[in-house]
Design a protein around this ligand. Structure first.
Ligand code: LHQ
Length: 258
């Protein structure tokens, strides 16, 4: 069985981290496979939303720590530059919405991989652990960038220093996740959210994502200029024409992602 399951259904790419007996901890093979699946999601026109979840009871426990010891262990630099950093940049640059459906515990790089997705939803029993400090590391996989932007520096410092378990409900209150669903409704509700996103004007969402990515480093003036440029590109899409026509004719729009 592959460590990454991949299925396209109704214009949604469903990606499942699949090492349930090891809490979906990442091996090199798994990280590289996920990278190539994300590349497929970017290039396939039929994919209009990406949904990432974990098999079994965890989302992901981060790096497989059994793989970082021993004579054949890839060095730290290699793990970050070849495994996790390319995953973060692929997800952030993918011109489609990426949903992290956090079904259970998300720890270490697994937590930050979830937080780098566009929309993070969690099951009520899920949790987030910046486990790094417990083993003498710093939050990687973009954690030191995402966390303060999501929850503010104060909470970010506490969460990162202490490595405490943050429950899904605490995460929602802090702004770390978009929504939390009861466990028995989680799969249905999170997939329904992916279906809504897949039916939206994909190119406008991609341009919105681009603008949000840049807003973190831009002045207001620079961001206004960027919005100006991106809005012109949005206005050239067929989905924009469809959206306006549907509104004026009092009918539901049929967006095609074009
Ligand atoms: C695991 C793991 C795991 C291997 C559970 N590895 N087996 C970057 C650069 C280079 C080096 C290091 O890392 C990084 C990035 C990082 O991600 S650092 C952070 C790495 N992750 C952690 O430190 C988390 C370690 N795991 C845990 O704290 C717990 O397992 C959590 C809280 C995730 C889940 O706890 P439980 O629900 O009690 O499950 P469990 O601990 O019993 O785990 C079940 C099995 O999964 C068990 O295996 P076993 O053969 O004994 O049944 C664990 O050993 C294995 N597992 N995480 N990261």
């Amino acid at each position: 069985m592959s460590s990454i399951l991949f299925e396209i259904q109704d214009q949604i790419a469903f990606i499942t981290l699949n090492r349930p007996e090891k809490m979906n901890a990442f091996t090199r093979e798994m990280a590289l496979l996920l990278q190539s699946r994300l590349d497929e999601c970017a290039s396939l026109h039929e994919v209009r939303a990406v949904y990432i979840t974990g098999a079994g009871k965890a989302f992901s426990a981060g790096q497989d720590l059994a793989e970082v010891v021993g004579p054949d262990a890839p060095g730290m630099a290699k793990i970050l530059s070849e495994h996790y950093n390319p995953l973060v940049t692929r997800i952030r640059n993918l011109p489609k919405p990426v949903i992290a459906a956090v079904n259970g515990v998300a720890a270490g790089a697994g937590a930050n991989l979830a937080l780098c997705c566009d929309i993070v939803v969690a099951a009520k029993s899920a949790s987030f652990i910046q486990a790094f400090s417990k083993i003498g590391l710093i939050p990687d996989t973009g954690g030191t960038w995402f966390l303060p932007r999501l929850v503010g520096r104060q909470k970010a410092a506490g969460i990162a220093f202490l490595g405490d378990r943050v429950t899904a409900e605490q995460a929602e209150r802090m702004g770390m996740v978009y929504g939390v669903y009861p466990d028995d409704e989680f799969v249905g509700a999170s997939r329904a959210l992916a279906a809504v996103l897949a039916g939206m004007p994909t190119r406008a969402l991609a341009l919105t994502k681009h603008a949000l990515n840049y807003s973190a480093g831009n002045s207001l003036e620079a961001q206004l200029l960027l919005e100006d440029e991106l809005q012109q590109r949005a206005a050239e899409t067929k989905d924009y024409a469809e959206g306006v026509d549907a509104f004026l004719n009092k009918r539901a729009p049929r967006f095609k992602g074009e």
